[in-house]
Unconditional design. Structure first.
Length: 193
């Protein structure tokens, strides 16, 4: 009996040690902010007085370490690739481009900064401005929203708002540098598989 208990304890200790192996990577925290699975969908309503088109992202399947995502905006349809990296980043790019664009990076805390360069050679400066923002959208009111600012040298400023467990809940783009949104979408509905 004593030998059985000792062997049982040794087995349990080995099992727990194997689960905590230093080489096992931790899950990327950005996965909680942009959950990716085939069939996930985010639909956005235009929210400015001027006429604008709704926007939709639909995950159609996976491709290597990335997910294929169909992007529609009015009459425009494109295929994008989205992924989470081992370095703690959420990245996206049009499928026909080479350079990944990092839209969220760990640590997810105010002041985290990074850059990326797009296929046109434009350098984008990115920063987490707030982690306790709110977004009031047609799909609901969200608190503890992570606000990321992405801007280039031509003063195009894109604000992307991420909600843990939901995804991107709001997108604002200022393309003339006056700090007012010229393009603004709010999450209309979403489906997570």
């Amino acid at each position: 009996m004593k030998r059985t208990l000792i062997l049982g304890a040794a087995f349990m200790a080995a099992l727990f040690a194997a689960c905590d192996t230093p080489g096992t990577p931790e899950p990327n925290p950005t996965e909680a902010y942009v959950p990716l699975a085939q069939g996930n969908e985010w639909d956005y309503a235009w929210d400015l007085p001027d006429d604008g088109d709704p926007m939709n992202w639909y995950v159609t399947g996976s491709e290597g370490d990335a997910w294929r995502v169909e992007f529609t905006w009015g009459d425009t349809a494109e295929e994008w690739l989205w992924r989470h990296t081992e370095d703690g980043e959420f990245q996206a790019k049009p499928a026909d481009e080479e350079n990944w664009r990092t839209y969220l990076k760990t640590p997810i805390e105010r002041g985290t900064e990074w850059t990326f360069t797009d296929d046109d050679g434009v350098l984008w400066d990115c920063r987490i401005d707030q982690i306790d923002n709110f977004s009031d959208t047609p799909s609901g009111y969200y608190e503890d929203v992570v606000w990321v600012t992405v801007k280039d040298n031509d003063l195009i400023i894109t604000n992307v708002f991420f909600k843990e467990g939901v995804g991107i809940v709001e997108v604002r783009i200022d393309d003339d540098g006056d700090r007012d949104a010229n393009w603004w979408w709010l999450l209309n509905y979403y489906t997570l598989k």
